[in-house]
Design a protein around this ligand. Structure first.
Ligand code: AN7
Length: 357
């Protein structure tokens, strides 16, 4: 039967905090593939590993699930402008949904630390972009301050509408598998998505759809790992700019999600992130941005410690598309630029170069 995916608000209308009067601003987000990844399953010694490929959302990241909710509700409240602080993906999403709604977006990004693909999206969708002298945490403080005192509506994940929309990722996993995985693994910055998936699974559990919630495993980059050090980090550093966040906005929600699910937080090095980034491209066939490889890198680290049970079914959310931050793919393991060789149009020469003769 013909079925056009209608975006997460219409698909999950009864399970979201919306009414018939809520204007629905959608770009068709959600409905992303759950990709079987046998190469990754083999690597970590699990029975089944699936990737929830969130780079397939309209702006190329999971942020769209929350942004359709946040912008729809903002417009419902009469907002003429939305504001966010962002390491890049939130701003790309906010700008696109504001464009669809016909309202203004304002984005505050950390000076010089946002991937070019994401910046180009915010520009393309006509956001007012300001580079703030400071890191993401400073940008978020500023966005909160401005939204509290001026006529701009905050669409960061401190806005519960964002978490509400993002919980639909868990609904889709349960629908696709027919049960809940044993573990759900994901990268963590502000921990909004970690908290949102847990909320989604918990609602499925309370509705009797699943027998147990998965153990939630969240991973940060070592230089930016407040959850493993146990307190906010002042000067977070990592090549994974999307998760270069020292003071997670959803700290309390995430801690309770961890405890209720008997989950954990861990940290991986930039080298481990980049290794997994390459593995996912080369062995699984899924191109993600470096930050998005952090969850799978953490899973591998757990496997090496013998902490991944053999019969486990695991879902790993890969949060953003590789084209967001493509420069990392154009370097080899030693960090050298990869440039395609030049050849003539002569078949014999090309065959020789390819080692076919
Ligand atoms: C690809 O865009 O915080 O733990 O401002 O872009 O819910 O914060 C991005 C976060 C993971 C972490 N993967 O999610 C922003 C921003 C990617 C991301 C995260 C982000 P949260």
């Amino acid at each position: 039967m013909a079925h056009l995916w209608r975006g997460v608000i219409r698909e999950y209308f009864d399970r979201l905090d919306v009414t018939k009067d809520t204007p629905i601003i959608t770009l068709g987000e959600g409905g992303t593939p759950l990709v079987d990844a046998p190469a990754l399953a083999k690597l970590v010694g699990a029975d089944q590993v699936y990737l929830k490929v969130e780079g397939m959302n309209p702006t190329g990241s999971f942020k769209d699930r929350g942004m359709t909710m946040a912008v729809s509700k903002a417009v419902g409240h009469g907002a003429k402008a939305v504001i966010c602080a962002s390491t890049g993906n939130t701003s790309a999403s906010a700008a696109a949904y504001a464009a669809a709604a016909g309202i203004q977006s304002v984005v505050l990004v950390p000076d010089g630390k946002i991937a070019l693909g994401k910046l180009s999206q915010a520009v393309a969708h006509k956001a007012q972009i300001l580079q703030v002298e400071g890191n993401f945490d400073d940008c978020l403080d500023l966005a909160r301050d401005l939204s509290a005192n001026y006529a701009v509506h905050l669409v960061n994940s401190v806005n519960p509408d964002r978490i509400e929309g993002q919980k639909t990722g868990a609904f889709e996993v349960v629908e696709a598998l027919g049960f809940a995985p044993d573990f759900h693994v994901l990268p963590v910055g502000n921990a909004g998505n970690y908290s949102a998936y847990f909320k989604g699974y918990l609602e499925d559990f309370n509705a009797g759809t699943i027998k147990a919630v998965p153990k939630m495993w969240g991973f940060q980059a070592e230089g930016s790992a407040p959850f493993t050090v146990g307190h906010p980090v002042k000067n977070p550093e990592t090549i994974a700019t999307a998760i270069r966040i020292g003071n997670p906005a959803s700290w309390d929600l995430a801690q309770s999600a961890k405890e209720c699910s008997q989950g954990m937080f861990g940290a991986v090095s930039d080298a481990e992130i980049l290794w997994m980034h390459r593995f996912l491209s080369q062995e699984v066939g899924v191109f993600v941005e470096p930050s998005s490889a952090t969850g799978a890198a953490g899973l591998l680290k757990q496997a090496k410690l013998g902490l991944v049970p053999k019969g486990a079914t695991i879902v790993v959310t890969v949060t953003g598309h590789g084209l967001k931050d493509p420069m990392w793919a154009l370097k080899d393991e030693a960090g050298q630029e990869i440039v395609p060789e030049k050849v003539s149009t002569r078949a014999e020469e090309v065959a020789e170069r390819l080692g076919l003769v």
